[in-house]
Design a binder for this molecule. Structure first.
Ligand code: 619
Ligand code: MG
Length: 221
């Protein structure tokens, strides 16, 4: 039977990366996607911006929406302090199965909890199921029209605290216009755009970093 692209990405990792070495897993996927088959990983250029935000936030709790093959999961988890936890949500069982193996190859299983299911179902259960109070960092990289509803849901579920950082991929390409409009005009967020390029291409894309400011005063009037 024909292999899928995620299966071919996993094979490239198993052939070219060193077990237990997250950087070699990242390099192997980037090499494969740049030279063999494009895939929708955040990639090396935007990945460096992701790395710098993770290092700056130094989060104890991270939520990733949209695992795909686990590329950004590995990038983030490899930078987390001891005892920090990354929960990543993925509703496609085939992608989840591949991502588990990529994360295991990198030796990061202990820092990552991959939850199979839809963000809309799981966000309301984060506290009771995983004992999460709030997330220090959220990486949004799932369906682009789900960025806004899921952000509102995280707020409603009390999963964001003053200072929580949202980092959204693809705000230019494919684009997340409703999300950008909301987050840039909301008094509850301080946003910053990091200009970059669509993974493995010269097309413009970028990441939007937004700090949750908590419920601001005028909301109590
Ligand atoms: C229903 C929303 N809830 C979800 N809950 C859990 N997992 C979800 C969810 N949505 C989607 N997913 C999963 O996230 C992943 C989806 C990511 C969507 N990403 C994109 O469409 C995307 C697309 C491009 C792109 C850019 C230019 C192109 F020409 C073609 C594609 C680039 C990117 O960086 C992208 O992130 C999949 O693994 C999917 O199964
Ligand atoms: Mg993306």
């Amino acid at each position: 039977t024909q292999s899928t692209r995620p299966q071919r990405i996993l094979t490239a990792v198993q052939k070219n990366a060193t077990r237990g070495d997250p950087r070699s897993v990242v390099k192997a996927i980037d090499h494969f996607c740049r030279n063999k088959e494009w895939a929708m990983n955040v990639g090396d250029e935007k990945g460096c911006i992701l790395d710098s935000v993770v290092s700056e936030v130094n989060p104890a709790t991270v939520l990733e929406l949209g695992t795909y093959c686990g590329y950004s999961t590995v990038r983030i988890a490899s930078l987390l302090p001891p005892n920090a936890k990354l929960i990543t949500l993925e509703f496609n069982p085939d992608f989840a199965a591949i991502a588990r193996q990529v994360i295991a190859w990198a030796g990061l299983e202990d820092k990552v909890q991959l939850v199979e299911g839809a963000s809309g179902d799981w966000i309301p259960k984060m506290k009771e199921q995983f004992g999460v109070k709030t997330f220090d960092l959220v990486f949004l990289d799932h369906w682009k029209n789900s960025y806004l509803p899921d952000t509102k849901l995280m707020e409603e579920c009390g999963l964001l605290r003053k200072g929580s950082v949202l980092l959204a991929d693809n705000v230019i390409c494919p684009g997340a216009p409703e999300y950008l409009e909301f987050i840039r005009s909301s008094p509850r967020y301080k946003s910053q755009y990091f200009k970059s390029h669509l993974e493995y291409t010269k097309v413009e894309d970028g990441l939007e970093k937004s700090v949750f400011l908590g419920l601001v005063n005028e909301e109590w009037t």
